[in-house]
Design a protein around this ligand. Structure first.
Ligand code: ASP
Length: 326
């Protein structure tokens, strides 16, 4: 069976009955049979992240650590321009990071506008596990991270320092468009053999953004949403457009009503295109990936060029997402 069919094999069935689920109500019955273990993540760099996640799941049988360790690899990659080390800074020259993590039972943690900490995803997990809060931002998030023992680290690399200096010299300081060439936020969602789900999302956001700007990535329900009674979704692309439709929450709720992951992601993208025409320009990109609780996966993007990666016990596949327009 070709890979896309393998990963989508349950997704075209459409009805609750076809899913073997009478009705996906809150607290509804979970099927008892073992699930296909699966990780799905944004962009081609998701392959190393998924494979790390699978290795951690094999070793520790701990899904939350799997998604966290998976995205940490990308946070530490100095060549990625939209995540962690090597991410492009805001317009003051400071690299600020947004991240969130979520379990399928609703437990979640998030950090926004955090600077000089290499692994915001782990700080987000600490917010979830060690505080009574869901979200910490700015100086408060940084103080918490340092208090928790996360080391201070300069996240600019020589190339991003140089690019920033060049950008500042330009006559008209413009935000570069968020399209498939200049961003690579990682969102990673996964399911273990017991049907437990979790997700993680981490980014340095829009290059040269205003200081204090948050995108969708640290916002539960926008850049990530996980509810193992229905499914999980994560996003990449222009955060402002994704926040305004509560994108990932929408995708999960559509799957709860029986939509396939592909169709749910397509509906979210279509809504962005329909309702927010001010961004419906040549450069705008918005992308979603989803994992339904029956193990079927899907993705969809506004513009051509979005790829996502699916990893199961048989290996990884990089898939070209269907899209609304070229
Ligand atoms: N969604 C991210 C943000 O708006 C950007 C991206 O996906 O590259 O911050």
């Amino acid at each position: 069976m070709n890979s896309r069919r393998r990963f989508l094999k349950n997704s075209g069935l459409g009805t609750m009955a076809a899913l073997g689920l009478p009705y996906l109500s809150p607290g509804g019955p979970m099927p008892q049979q073992k699930k296909a273990r699966r990780f799905v993540s944004t962009w081609s760099h998701g392959k190393v992240a998924n494979e790390m996640a699978m290795a951690v799941l094999n070793e520790k049988s701990e899904l939350l650590s799997s998604v966290e360790e998976g995205v940490r690899i990308v946070e530490s990659d100095p060549d990625g321009r939209s995540v962690g080390l090597g991410g492009l800074p805001d317009n003051s020259g400071r690299v600020t990071l947004d991240a969130c993590i979520m379990r399928g039972n609703g437990a979640s943690g998030s950090v926004g506008a955090l600077h000089n900490i290499e692994h915001p995803i782990s700080v987000a997990r600490a917010v979830m596990e060690k505080t009574q809060h869901v979200m910490l931002v700015g100086d408060g998030a940084r103080k918490f991270a340092l208090d928790q023992g996360f080391p201070n680290k300069d996240l600019l690399v020589p190339e991003t320092r140089r690019d920033y200096e060049n950008w500042k010299k330009e006559e008209e300081l413009k935000l570069p468009p968020i399209n498939h060439e200049n961003h690579d936020t990682i969102g990673l969602i996964g399911m273990d053999e017991n049907g437990k789900m979790a997700g993680a999302c981490t980014t340095s956001g829009w290059a040269y953004k205003m200081p204090g700007r948050l995108g969708d990535s640290p916002i539960i329900g926008a850049g990530l949403f996980v509810d193992e009674e229905a499914g999980a979704a994560t996003a990449s692309g222009l955060g402002e457009s994704i926040i305004q439709i509560a994108g990932c929450h929408l995708v999960v709720e559509l799957m709860r009503q029986g939509m396939s992951p592909d169709d749910a992601c397509k509906e979210a993208v279509t809504r962005i295109s329909r309702k927010h025409s001010k961004w419906n320009k040549e450069s705008l990109q918005a992308c979603f990936i989803a994992l339904r609780r029956d193990g079927s996966v899907g993705g969809y993007s506004l513009k051509k060029g979005f790829q996502y990666v699916v990893t199961d016990d048989e290996g990884s596949e990089i898939l070209d997402a269907p899209y609304l327009t070229k």
